[in-house]
Design a protein around this ligand. Structure first.
Ligand code: GTQ
Length: 373
């Protein structure tokens, strides 16, 4: 019997395997009255052989959600709602309002001329812009214009507000926050800005213009926060970088051409709790299956295809959002032989890495397992 199969037996030597007796049941009741319990009654549950995600794989289809997101515009104002957002609820994580693992996601919609008041919280946020023109976000006095497929940061503790210029069109973007994680850590604070609006103290898009130049850093400019000073990563240079890298690499057998968004000061993840990447699946590309710790929330930035997650097929097209729970096998397939497909991914990998919890495993050609890396 292989180690893997053996691991799924409950009566393995060294694992809890105590049968109930009247004496033991009475003992458990006595312990319960004292606010205590016998470890062996819960050990196999609280120390599983491998991660047991509560999340299930889901695809949220934009063609189904979009009309309902737009409906909210006639139903509530940003003033009343605070944020006018339809959030994505994983069936296994409804109790903590997570889309996957400890990550929250939602679709926020704003009409021209609307603003959502400034606030700040311990949770960090990202936006991935889906459609519309004229949207902006202000982060700690830095105003940014938002275009389709731009990736924008609102790090923990920063004041932020959103709006759409009166000359714009209805705008929809994906929010991604670590709200469930910060709540799990019992560390979430929330504050509304005393003036409800921030003064813009810098030139529009200054942080991207200052920190977003390839291979170049502004001389003499310091930055000591735990998050990237580049608050916005625009789509055009991101896609161009993927194309350039794709022209000279075979890519990863598991991920195709995958690039991580980084803090230009540290080359580390953009924020301490959440990281993001953009990956290109070249025409006809089909990746090999692997699994790793950490939850991933994928947003289809370009193209269409499908993913096989824990053996089941999930089709996706542009602006669909799907999740890969921690330790779930996954492989991605570009559905086109002519065009590339691009997947944006928001994850908690920075937490996994920083805390020494990252593990990765490839599915062998013969369906067997390769050892844990
Ligand atoms: O824009 O600050 O979807 O605080 C959920 C919570 C968006 C935001 C969300 C938030 C925000």
């Amino acid at each position: 019997m292989t180690q893997q199969r053996e691991n799924h037996r409950e009566d393995v030597a060294g694992r809890a395997n105590v049968e109930d007796t009247p004496e033991l049941l009475a003992y458990y009741e006595d312990l319960d009255r004292l606010g205590a319990g016998a470890l062996w009654t819960v050990a196999n549950k609280i120390e599983p052989w491998e991660p047991q995600s509560q999340s299930v794989p889901v695809v949220w289809r934009y063609r189904d959600l979009r009309d309902n997101v737009l409906r909210s515009v006639d139903l509530v104002t940003p003033e009343k709602a605070g944020r006018r957002v339809v959030y994505l609820r994983n069936p296994g994580r409804g109790d903590v309002a997570a889309a996957v693992g400890w990550l929250y996601a939602g679709l926020q919609v704003m009409n021209p001329g609307e603003v959502a008041s400034a606030h700040r919280h311990s949770a960090s946020a990202i936006r991935f812009i889906m459609e519309g023109s004229g949207a902006f976000t202000v982060v700690d006095g830095h105003k940014m214009t938002l275009g389709a497929n731009d990736f924008v940061l609102t790090p923990n503790g920063t004041w932020h507000e959103h709006g759409v210029e009166a000359t714009g069109t209805p705008c929809i973007w994906q929010d991604g926050l670590d709200i469930p994680f910060v709540n799990a850590m019992e560390a979430n604070f929330y504050e509304v800005h005393p003036d409800l609006r921030q003064a813009v103290g810098h030139k529009v898009d200054d942080m991207t213009k200052t920190w977003g130049n390839p291979g170049l850093r502004p001389m003499g400019q310091g930055w000591s926060h735990g998050y990237s000073p580049m608050f916005k990563y625009e789509w055009a240079p991101t896609y161009e970088s993927l194309l350039k890298y794709a022209s000279c690499t075979d890519g990863s057998p598991f991920d195709g051409v995958l690039m991580e968004y980084v803090n230009p000061v540290t080359n580390g993840p953009v924020m301490q709790t959440m990281g993001a990447s953009m990956q290109m699946l070249r025409p006809g590309e089909r990746t090999k299956a692997h699994r790793h710790t950490g939850s991933g929330l994928f947003h289809v930035a370009k193209g269409g295809g499908h993913s096989i997650i824990n053996g089941k097929r999930y089709d996706w097209q542009e602006h669909d959002i799907f999740c890969v729970p921690s330790w779930a096998w996954h492989e991605h397939v570009n559905g086109s032989d002519r065009d590339d497909a691009c997947l944006f991914c928001l994850s908690d990998l920075p937490v996994m890495r920083a805390l020494g919890l990252y593990r990765e495993q490839a599915l062998g050609e013969n369906g067997g397992f390769q050892p844990l890396l």
